[in-house]
Write a protein that binds this ligand. Structure first.
Ligand code: KIV
Ligand code: ZN
Length: 403
């Protein structure tokens, strides 16, 4: 294949699809804070929002394009339906970014065509390449998604993909919009695209999926085996309904099982090279930051970032781990940014230990905020022997919210 990356591209959509979680609305400053942390995490593309959706989202995408879209920073992307108004709005908002991408989409499943778009297949086949060509007038980097791809007639989808690639799409993203597919089916769908779309070597195959059946991550890993090279995901798996594929789960699966996935990138099996550009040590911090700013709680048993993900309760497990961590741990807590010898905070802890732990939890406070939070912490610590991370987060949230 030509035009193919030599590692898996991580496309983060926490600020677009993730923000579509009920109740997870973020303001411009919050989006900027998360975007800066996503850049530190090392994501390749940040989908910063849907500029046409509201003036607030336009400004947030523009702000991220200006401040995070630096020449050595990530590509900043904006979503647009396949209409000139949406595409122009995305192009304008993204203008300040050094690397910018417009992501345009239109549904290809008959159920969406009939009931939502009220358009024929011929109409969709004409609109999609026309809008990709229009998006190309703003940037060379254009992504196209046939929405509800997993429930579309593959033959029709192949035709649409060929047309958009001819029109200049550089990434074709295959969404499982309703979280309906299964790993075997999704892998076969990607294989079908590789084998049947005439010009597929001119575009990167991306996947996007929802977790309605809890299968999004498994579907993506199967897609990687069959040729997908970009994964669209969110921190903590937040997103529409049951959410999107979780970035931390995908990245750590590719990290821990890289021997298994390496052959599909054409690298030697024994190669130790990471399969993504993610700095995994920033994962925990990013997870806490997104949870705090969106108000979306992370379940304790959540893979990788849940409070219990590295906790051992049973005596047999504790005994094994004390003898050798590898008995019951497949990855090192430090690899996601948790510190091994965690300082236990209590009433004797100083300001520096307090500040350091907050940093690990993803809080960047101003001096005034820190002082206020530290006073509250000391009062709290007089009443409680040990202060947990949850206590710290509620102390900081209370202080930041107060005038
Ligand atoms: O789930 C979906 O189909 C989407 C598209 C806009 C890619 O979010
Ligand atoms: Zn989606």
């Amino acid at each position: 294949m030509t035009n193919q990356p030599d590692r898996i591209i991580i496309f983060d959509t926490t600020l677009r699809d993730g923000e579509q979680s009920p109740g997870a609305t973020l303001n411009k400053e919050e989006k900027l804070t998360i975007a800066r942390q996503l850049a530190r995490l090392g994501v390749d593309v940040i989908e910063a929002g849907f500029p046409f959706a509201s003036p607030g989202d336009f400004e947030a995408v523009q702000g991220i394009a200006e401040q995070v879209g630096t020449p050595d920073g990530p590509t900043i992307c904006g979503l647009a339906r396949a209409t000139k108004g949406d595409i122009k709005s995305a192009g304008d908002a993204l203008a300040p970014a050094a690397h910018k991408r417009i992501h345009t989409f239109i549904a290809t499943s008959d159920i969406h065509l009939k009931h939502k778009l009220r358009k024929s297949r011929e109409e969709v086949l004409a609109i999609a390449p026309e809008m990709v060509a229009y998006a190309k007038t703003f940037t060379d980097d254009v992504e196209f998604s046939p929405e509800d791809a997993a429930r579309s007639d593959p033959e029709f989808m192949y035709q649409v993909l060929e047309a958009v690639i001819d029109a200049g799409a550089t990434t074709v993203n295959i969404p499982d919009t309703v979280g309906y597919t299964t790993p075997g089916e999704f892998g076969a769908l990607i294989r079908g695209i590789v084998e049947n779309v005439r010009n597929i070597d001119q575009a990167v195959i991306s996947v996007h999926g929802h977790n309605d059946l809890g299968l999004a991550v498994a579907n993506f890993l199967e897609a990687v085996k069959h040729g997908a090279r970009q994964l669209e995901c969110t921190i903590n798996g937040i997103g529409e309904r049951a959410g999107n594929a979780a970035l931390e789960e995908l990245v750590m699966a590719l990290h821990v099982r890289r021997q298994y996935y390496n052959p599909f990138l054409g690298r030697p099996v024994e190669s130790d090279a990471p399969l993504t550009g993610i700095n995994t040590r920033e994962i925990y911090k990013t997870s806490r930051l997104v949870s705090n700013l969106t108000g979306m709680f992370v379940q304790p048993n959540k893979a990788i970032v849940g409070a219990n993900a590295f906790a051992h309760e049973s005596g047999i497990h504790q005994d094994g781990v004390l003898k050798n961590r590898m008995t019951y741990e497949i990855m090192d807590a430090q690899s996601i940014g948790l510190t091994d010898n965690q300082i236990v905070l209590g009433k004797h802890s100083g300001r520096n230990a307090f500040k350091t732990r907050l940093k690990e939890l993803g809080f960047e406070l101003s001096e005034t905020e820190l002082n206020k939070a530290f006073l509250k912490f000391k009062t709290f610590a007089d009443q409680k022997k040990e202060i947990t991370d949850w206590d710290l987060e509620s102390i900081v949230n209370d202080q930041i919210q107060q005038p």
